[in-house]
Design a protein around this ligand. Structure first.
Ligand code: ATP
Ligand code: MG
Length: 261
C-alpha cells in the first residue's frame, strides 16, 4: 500500500475526560484508505477509548473525527455502521447460546434495506433479504475458517475461535473501515499466525483497518502505519520500522511493565 493512498479518516485534536481522568489528550492522526493503521501503547494509554469515539459509542470532550471529509460528531454508532465504520470489542461479545452461524446472522441487519416491521410481516422483499443475510453469514463464517463449526453453540468454541467469530460478525456489516481492538489477545502463536493471515486477506478485499494490538510482532508484520499513544497523548507515529526504533516509544514500553496481554 503506497503512502499516496488518500486519507479517508481524520482524528483531529480529540480529547476525552472521564471526570478527573484525561483518557485522551489532543490526539490527531490520519488514516489512509486501504491501509492498516496500528494504534499501540501501554495499558491505559487510551486506545480503546479512541476506538469508542471513532465508533460513536462515546462522545469526545473536544475535537472531531471525520470520515470522507464528513464530520462524524453527533452521529450514532448505528449511523456509523451504515457508513461502514464497524468495530470489534476487546472482549469478544458473542452470544454463547446461539450457533456460530446465528451469531453472524444477528450481527448486522443494520446495513439491510428492509425495516424491522416489514421483516416481521415477511414481505417477499424481506424474505429475500433474509436469505441474503443467511448466505452472507455462511460466506463469512467460511471466510474466517469456522465453516466446520457453523452449527455449534458459540460457547463451545475455544477462545481464539470466538475472536474469529467476532470478526466474521463485523465483516457481515460490510465494513469500509474495520476497528479491531486487540484481536490477538490471549491467542497462541499459531492462532496469531492465522489471525494475521485473516487480517491481511481482509485488507486485500479493500477494507481499511485500524488495529489496536499489544503484540509487536503482529503489529510489525501487518501495519502500514503506526500511531503510538502514551497517557492519552500521541507519543509518535510513523512507519513500523521508524516507530520500533523510536527512543521515546521504547522507553514508554520499558517503563510500562507487563503489557503482553
Ligand atoms: N468509562 C470510563 N470511565 C472512567 N475512566 C475510564 C473509562 N474508560 C476508560 N477510562 C480510563 O481512561 C484511560 C484509558 O483507558 P483505555 O481503556 O482507553 O486504555 P487502553 O489503551 O485501551 O488500555 P488497555 O491496553 O489496557 O486496553 C484509563 O486510565 C482508564 O482507566
Ligand atoms: Mg483497551
Amino acid at each position: 500500500m503506497g503512502s499516496e493512498a488518500a486519507v479517508i479518516m481524520e482524528v483531529e485534536r480529540v480529547s476525552k475526560r472521564f471526570g478527573g481522568v484525561t483518557a485522551l489528550d489532543d490526539v490527531s492522526f490520519g488514516v489512509r484508505e486501504g491501509q492498516i493503521t496500528a494504534l499501540i501503547g501501554p495499558n491505559g494509554a487510551g486506545k480503546t477509548t479512541l476506538l469508542s469515539i471513532i465508533a460513536g459509542a462515546l462522545p469526545p470532550t473536544a475535537g472531531e473525527v471525520r470520515y470522507r471529509a464528513k464530520r462524524l460528531n453527533g452521529r450514532s454508532a448505528e449511523e456509523r455502521v451504515r457508513l461502514g465504520i464497524v468495530r470489534t470489542f476487546q472482549q469478544a461479545h458473542i452470544f454463547g447460546g446461539m450457533t456460530v452461524l446465528e451469531n453472524v446472522m444477528v450481527g448486522c441487519h443494520l446495513r439491510g434495506r428492509t425495516g424491522l416491521l416489514e421483516a416481521a410481516l415477511r414481505h417477499p422483499r424481506a424474505r429475500r433479504e433474509e436469505e441474503d443475510v443467511y448466505l452472507d453469514a455462511v460466506r463469512f463464517v467460511n471466510y474466517v475458517g469456522l465453516g466446520p463449526r457453523s452449527g455449534d453453540a458459540a460457547s463451545t468454541l475455544p477462545f481464539g475461535q470466538q475472536r474469529l467469530l467476532a470478526i466474521a460478525r463485523a465483516l457481515a456489516c460490510d465494513p469500509r473501515v474495520l476497528l479491531l481492538d486487540e484481536p490477538g489477545a490471549g491467542l497462541n502463536r499459531m492462532e496469531k499466525n492465522d489471525l494475521a493471515d485473516l487480517i491481511g486477506r481482509i485488507q486485500e478485499m479493500g477494507v481499511t483497518i485500524i488495529l489496536v494490538e499489544h503484540d509487536m510482532e503482529l503489529v510489525m508484520r501487518l501495519a502500514d502505519w503506526v500511531v503510538v499513544l502514551n497517557h492519552g497523548a500521541r507519543l509518535a507515529q510513523g512507519l513500523p520500522d521508524e516507530v520500533r526504533r523510536n527512543r521515546a516509544v521504547v522507553e514508554a514500553y520499558l517503563g510500562a511493565g507487563d503489557d503482553d496481554d
